[in-house]
Design a protein around this ligand. Structure first.
Ligand SMILES: [Zn+2]
Length: 348
């Protein structure tokens, strides 16, 4: 075998590659502009999300609501009340649980978000599913009403020319209509559409909630679900002196310790050891997801310095932050108007 045959092989290899390239180009050409191809439809929705002008987050919320409802109940018609109910749940969690702004300024904030805050405060409820049915329905109806003002009409504005609309809505009717093809596409691709909606929504929220951590997780989170903290009870008992972090009472058979997030879990969406302390149940329940008064941050920072010296093996196994970063996150929570501040009741 001489060099010539190897060259011939190499030549055949090159022509085979060229053949594949030609074939690929032909395939691409034959599909170009074919609006029925799934990847083209997905790309069109992505482009819509990139081109959309937004002053609030209704558009990604609508995409998310359609994807969710279709995944549960494939249909050519989705009523505005169904969409309103899904909107109510989505905006409730983001407003009441995660305290995220949905618009650049508070004066521009959609009126219904103010209503959500008012209803939550009046009923003393943070979990949407525990809201009295009449109050939940009032929010759902308000949301359905907002959809008819301009959300449905403007959803496809600036869509790429090749995009087949996901739905159509005739003013005066109480439902949106999906063609068979649109319905099949949404049902088969609801997970992808949900991801696009989350990315779209989080991108906007990052602009208007500059210092809030874990925004993409807050958008994805389907309500406030946090893991069990039982495992931390033993770890913290090994680290801490046996007193409540807040009221300083000594733990005993009568006063059992519990694990508390100093900066609320719903702000960090994580359980790093540096944020966890032992607190009595009275303080833990009373504090809820509020921020403690600032002097507790001094106590936390001091405690974390001590912990990292005395228990570095345990401490370094958990996501750590540089000493003093606790204050920055505290300031960040204040800057996004996290509701606070809390101090233990003097009667303890
Ligand atoms: Zn206490």
């Amino acid at each position: 075998m001489g060099a010539g045959s190897s060259e011939a092989e190499s030549g055949r290899g090159k022509s085979a590659i060229k053949g594949i390239e030609r074939c690929a180009i032909e395939v691409m050409r034959s599909h170009a502009g074919d609006p029925d191809l799934v990847e083209h439809k997905v790309q069109a929705v992505v482009r819509l999300s990139q081109r959309a002008r937004m002053s609030s987050t209704y558009k990604p919320a609508l995409l998310k609501a359609i994807a969710r409802i279709s995944s549960r109940r494939p249909s050519n018609a989705i009523t505005l009340r169904e969409l309103g109910a899904e909107f109510a749940r989505l905006f409730w969690n983001q407003t009441i649980v995660f305290h995220l702004r949905q618009a650049a300024t508070i004066t521009k904030e959609p009126e219904v978000l103010g209503q959500i805050r008012k209803v939550s405060a009046a009923a003393g409820v943070r979990d949407f599913s525990r809201l009295p049915r009449s109050a939940a329905m009032a929010i759902e109806i308000a949301m359905a009403q907002i959809l008819t003002i301009d959300v449905l009409r403007r959803f496809h504005n600036n869509a790429p020319v090749s995009m087949t609309p996901l739905f159509c809505w005739v003013p005066g009717t109480d439902y949106i209509a999906l063609t068979d093809k649109a319905r099949d596409f949404v049902v088969a691709n609801h997970t992808v559409l949900d991801l696009i909606a989350n990315h779209w929504w989080a991108g906007y929220l990052e602009k208007v909630n500059v210092l809030a951590p874990a925004i993409i997780n807050k958008v994805q989170a389907d309500g406030a679900r946090r893991g069990s903290l039982t495992a931390y009870l033993a770890i913290l008992a090994g680290l801490d002196e046996g007193r409540c972090f807040y009221c300083n009472r000594v733990f005993s058979e009568a006063l059992r310790p519990s694990v508390d997030h100093v900066l609320p879990w719903s702000f960090l969406l994580a359980d790093p050891l540096w944020d966890l302390v032992l607190a009595c149940m009275d303080c833990n329940l009373a504090k809820s997801d509020r921020l403690p008064e600032r002097h507790f941050m001094d106590r936390l920072v001091e405690r974390n310095v001590l912990r990292s010296h005395r228990h570095s093996a345990i401490f370094s196994a958990s996501p750590s932050i540089e000493s003093g970063q606790e204050y920055r996150l505290y300031e960040a929570a204040i800057s996004v108007e996290w509701p606070g501040y809390w101090v233990p009741a003097s009667t303890y």
